[in-house]
Design a binder for this molecule. Structure first.
Ligand code: GCO
Ligand code: MG
Length: 406
């Protein structure tokens, strides 16, 4: 069996997605997500200029060898662009392998370790009251775990408050130009506010629902330690990305001061970004996922390392990861022994129409389908109706104008 063609498809059914579609001489095709939000075309160029020419003629079933070839074959290794491109190819090859075997991919990863995948949804509000009501509506719809974010008093826009302010709503939609919107950040205002949010959510919802919160890389180690301590009474499942991913030493400081569990890793692209955090048990959940961490082949390696140290998976699953990534993530989630939680934000109907899939959501759980391969495809005609539109994630500044982490 041979790879005959590799297409790189860019489509924008509300936001941009990059998809790798591999064809073979036996007519079997496979798809992989290669979307890197705000830097999509860098991955497209990496794929088209550098990887695609090396793939035609190869045996698509040699997933491990192809992964090693693409990874080791580049002297300049790792990094989000490279690893997202490799992920797109690797995922498509696993899809093909499943179709050839006549089995859903989770069977090739060891088979079912659970009946379904527990997800967390995104509650948010412009006020604490709105955020509490939003969280309650998730619980009413059967979600067992909810991430809660609310606007910070005095700040016009805050990460994760989808749609409640014009600026933030725009940041999640393609802009007319590639120029980012600018947000303003105030750490003290945030630190004073966040515990009051969770006090209110727990008071209203009681002890049962699992609660999560995304700090989005904005604190120092010491500030995060303070937040973690102040959140302890509300028993969060995790405090996410408390510090920028570059500051790994800070996780030691956080660990020494608080029992609030920590999750990180959505921006990591390889096992080398998280092996210290895992080995020293500085985190509780590792948030790497298929599209940004080198595909199924590499993600499985990260999760196997994590399993040795009681670190559970908590894969990233925002809507800028396509249904192809979500489908692939669900196969991994279903098979691994150390699954923790899966992030889930439903895609728009337009996106679901471009990427028909057989996974489904019910009662707080996502169910992987039984079709051979990944159970997801790209409708090329539908995709062609949504051309690429330049878009950027926001940037963040302190009140005095200093550039800050977003
Ligand atoms: C999350 C993430 C996202 C990212 C987004 C960036 O936890 O879901 O932090 O909201 O910011 O995926 O592209
Ligand atoms: Mg996050």
């Amino acid at each position: 069996m041979k790879i005959t063609d590799v297409e790189v498809v860019v489509t924008c059914p509300g936001r941009n997605f990059v998809t790798v579609r591999v064809s073979t001489d036996e007519g079997v095709t496979g798809v992989g997500d290669a979307t890197l939000n705000g830097r999509e075309l860098a991955v497209v160029a990496y794929l088209r200029e550098h990887l695609v020419p090396q793939l035609v003629g190869r045996d698509p079933l040699r997933t491990e060898d192809t992964w090693q070839y693409l990874y080791r074959g580049a002297s300049w290794r790792r990094g989000p662009v490279t690893m997202t491109a490799i992920a797109g190819v690797d995922t498509a090859l696993w899809d093909i392998k499943g179709k050839v075997a006549g089995l859903p991919v989770y069977q090739l990863l060891g088979g079912r370790s659970r009946e379904a995948v527990t997800v967390y949804g995104h509650a948010s509000g412009a006020t604490v009251e709105e955020a509490v009501a939003s969280a309650a509506s998730y619980v009413d719809r059967g979600y067992r775990a909810v991430r809660v974010q609310s606007a910070v008093p005095g700040l016009d826009s805050t990460y994760g408050i989808g749609g409640s302010s014009a600026a933030d709503a725009r940041s999640y939609e393609p802009a007319d130009a590639a120029l980012p919107t600018e947000n303003v950040w105030d750490t003290e205002a945030y630190l004073a506010h966040a515990p009051t949010l969770f006090e209110a959510v727990r008071r209203e919802l009681g002890p049962a629902p699992r609660l999560l919160h995304d700090v989005h890389h904005r604190l120092t180690g010491n500030e995060a330690a303070r937040l973690g301590k102040e959140l302890e009474p509300y028993h969060l499942t995790w405090m996410e990305d408390p510090v920028p991913a570059e500051l790994q030493d800070a996780f030691r400081l956080i660990r020494q001061h608080t029992t609030t569990p920590v999750a990180t890793g959505e921006v990591f692209s390889s096992i080398y970004d998280c092996e210290l955090l895992i080995r020293e048990r500085l985190i509780d959940y590792i948030r790497t996922t298929v599209v940004h961490a080198g595909g199924i082949t590499h993600l499985r390696r990260i999760f196997d390392l994590a399993a040795l140290y009681d670190v559970r998976s908590g894969s990233h699953g925002a809507t800028d990861l396509s249904p192809v990534c979500l489908a692939a993530a669900l196969h991994v989630d279903t098979a691994i022994p150390n699954f923790g939680l899966q992030e889930y934000m439903p895609h728009t109907p337009e996106t679901d129409a471009v990427f028909p899939h057989d996974y489904w959501f019910e009662d707080g759980l996502l169910h992987v389908g039984e079709s051979p391969g990944l159970g997801v495809d790209i409708d090329l005609d539908e995709a062609a109706t949504y051309p690429y539109r330049p878009a950027s994630l926001p940037v963040n500044r302190l009140r005095d104008g200093t550039m800050f982490h977003w």
